[in-house]
Design a protein around this ligand. Structure first.
Ligand code: SF4
Ligand code: SF4
Length: 184
């Protein structure tokens, strides 16, 4: 479900060269929602109780021991990765991600690949095919044309296909709230 890109996160990312890094598994992507597009509403950092099992994933191999030790209470151990806990109830069965702090993400550039991918989301469709969905509720999208959205989905496609060869844990279940925009 929605993931949040705060201005602070965008500022950190803007220092990074867009495109792919040669280090395997380390994908730095251009984000569709830029600093000026994101209104930092935080809507993409909370989860309905039905989707708590789809909270962000942090890959263990990308995290240092110090980071893990300091943040263990926020992380659910799921083998190759940690899943971020969402223990703080907002209202109407919605829970905030444990790393949300005011309008900022405490993880900054360590935040999940999925959080960086937002408003796109990798999931299965009703027939079990792997697709790229988009959350049209992101208010940053109002400044984007359909052409820009579709082009960005095409830009993401080859990298996502490559990543999913080894990281199937990023594939989420079908979510009818998301619009399917590209096959993967
Ligand atoms: S505008 Fe979109 S990306 Fe920015 S915080 Fe709101 S939902 Fe998240
Ligand atoms: S890890 Fe950060 S960006 Fe991702 S959902 Fe949590 S607070 Fe939001």
């Amino acid at each position: 479900m929605p993931r949040w890109c705060s201005p602070a996160n965008h500022a950190a990312l803007s220092r990074l060269r867009p495109g792919f890094k040669s280090r395997p598994g380390h994908f730095i992507m251009k984000q569709l929602i830029s600093l000026k597009d994101c209104i930092a509403c935080g809507d993409c950092c909370y989860y309905h109780s039905h989707y708590l099992h789809l909270s962000p994933i942090l890959e263990k191999r990308m995290l240092g021991k110090k980071f893990i030790d300091e943040n263990r209470q926020f992380l659910e151990d799921e083998g190759k990765y940690f899943r971020v806990r969402c223990p703080v109830k907002k209202s109407w069965n919605h829970y905030f991600c444990a790393f949300k702090q005011g309008n900022l993400c405490r993880l900054k550039d360590k935040r999940s690949f999925e959080c960086k991918l937002y408003p796109f989301n990798i999931m299965k469709d009703r027939e079990g095919r792997i697709v790229l969905g988009i959350d049209r509720d992101c208010r940053g999208l109002k400044n984007k044309t359909e052409k820009q959205i579709k082009e960005h989905a095409k830009y993401l496609k080859p990298a996502l296909r490559r990543i999913l060869k080894t990281k199937k844990f990023y594939i989420e279940e079908f979510q009818p709230e998301l619009e399917i925009i590209e096959s993967l």
